[in-house]
Write a protein that binds this ligand. Sequence first.
Ligand code: ADP
Ligand code: ADP
Ligand code: ZN
Length: 220
Amino acid sequence: MRLVLLGPPGAGKGTQARALGALWGVPQVASGDLLRAVVREDSELGREAASYMDRGQLVPDDLVLKLVAARLRKDDARPGFILDGFPRNVTQAEALAKGLEHFNLKLDKVVAVIVPDEEIVKRISGRRTCRNCAAMYHVLFEPPAKAGVCDKCGGELYQREDDAEETVRERLKVFAEATRPLLDHYDRLGLLGQVDGVGRTDEVEKRIIAAVNGVAPPPK
Ligand code: ADP
Ligand code: ADP
Ligand code: ZN
């Protein structure tokens, strides 16, 4: 399974990519997680990446492409992958297609997770992430058993700095300008499926699976 999850920040891409990756035995490849790992290294490159991320802007394509390509070349991605947060513009989508083509591979499907802006703001403002294993929580919708502590590994939960309201508004703008054109791009290629991202996470997961299988989603 080679799947791309498309959608605005906070749509639930990471949550779904993790669940589906576990179900299908393929890794979640999240460009944001790869970038945050570089930022943690505290290198010149990391500082440059952070200067874009802190403003809610896209990090330059060459760095992102290098990170994702290196990740997709790892052994565990041989049976497939779920891309989350990448590609985010047409240049990245074309580079991905070319890179896959080189290995005689192609994407099986691109699923766009549709969530209205007002719901996104609620989701992002309550989002908490594990510092240790990157598991995702929400203070209201998906609370951990113990506040501030990861259920899976006991790690500390934190709020991402770029989840501040003003930065979120900028990220939504960047999504509309740079990333939304990918819906048309993948639709023209016959790869696009669209699902309603509002509802319980297990319901959204079922809709994505149905879209991947090309069948109508089960009734709500
Ligand atoms: P979210 O899950 O909320 O959509 P991400 O973790 O995917 O956020 O991304 C956080 C930030 O990392 C983005 O605002 C952007 O600065 C940077 N980033 C992540 N993926 C990409 C990408 N494919 N291209 C450019 N920048 C990216
Ligand atoms: P993305 O990777 O698209 O930025 P996340 O998976 O990080 O999105 O989800 C954003 C926030 O919304 C997280 O706090 C997550 O726990 C919460 N969330 C994810 N899916 C749902 C859902 N179906 N209903 C309510 N909250 C959700
Ligand atoms: Zn954890």
